[in-house]
Design a protein around this ligand. Sequence first.
Ligand SMILES: [Mg+2]
Length: 310
Amino acid sequence: MAASQLKQRVLIIDDQKSNLKILSDILRDEVELILAQDGEQGIRKATEFAPDLILLDVVMPGIDGFEVIRQLKQDPSTYLIPVIFITSLNDVAHEEQGLLLGACDYINKPFHAAVVMARVKLHLQLARQRLMLEQLANIDPLTAVANRRKYQEVLDRQWRDACRKRSCLSLVMVDVDNFKMYNDHYGHAAGDRVLQQVALTLAAELRRPYDFIARYGGEEFVIILPDTPADDSFRIIEGCRAAILQLQIPHQATGGCLSISAGGYSCWPEQPDESISAFALKQADDLLYQAKRQGKNRVLWTTAAIEIQG
Ligand SMILES: [Mg+2]
C-alpha cells in the first residue's frame, strides 16, 4: 500500500480520560490513534510509535505539557513531530508559551469538533508534504535507491552507532564494469535501464533491515553493512556480484555479460569523525580500482589493522 493511503498516526497526551475520549471520537475515523495519560507515557510513546502529530495537554500532574514538548524537541527522533497544544479557552499565556516552545498550533477546550478536525487535518497534510519533500531530497531519481546526500546522513549515524557499540562496520564501493562501453554501444537510454536493473538487484540482495545502498554517482554505488564482520560482508557482496552476473545482460562490446566490481573495507570505528569515515570509504574505493585492474567482475576486501575490543 502506498504511504499516502496509510492512515497517519496521532498521539494524544492528556491526563483526563474524558478529553481523550472526546478527541478519540472526533478523530478515530480519520487517523490511527495512540493515547497517553501522562507526560512520561507520552514521551515514551512518541519515541516508540513515531506519530505524525501530537496533541498535547498543558496542565497535567507530574511532567506538564511544557516539559513534555521541551523533551520532545531535544530528542533527534522526535523533534520534527508537530505538536498541537490543548489549552483552556482564553488561556492566552499558555498558548504563547506553547508556541514559543515549538508547538505548531493549539486547540481550545471545550472542544469544537469541526475546529479540532480542521486543525489536525491541516497539520497532518503539512507533515505529509514535509515527508514527501524529504523523501524526494534523499532519493536518486533514476534508480530510486538513496542518493549520495542520504548516504552521508546514514553513514554518520551508523558510524556513531558503531563507535558506541564497538561493532564492525563495512563500507563497500561498487562499480558497473565497462559501463562507458555499454553506453557507447547501446545508447544512454539502455545504459539508464541497466543502472536501474543493477540498483534493483543489489537492493534485493541486501535483505537485512539495516543494510543500506545509495547511488554514489554515475555507475557507482556505495553500500553500508552495519554490525557485520568482514567475512560475512564479503559473502553478501559476493552474492551481489553473482546476482548481477546471473541477470545475463549481454555486453557485446566486451563479448560477455554485464558485471560489477567491488571494494570493501571493514573497520571498528572509534570516534565519530567525518574525516575518518571518509578515509574508510577511500580504502574501499582504492580496492575497487585494484579489482578493476585485476580484470573486473570481482570483489576485493580489506580489514582495518587495529581491532578495538570493547
Ligand atoms: Mg489536563
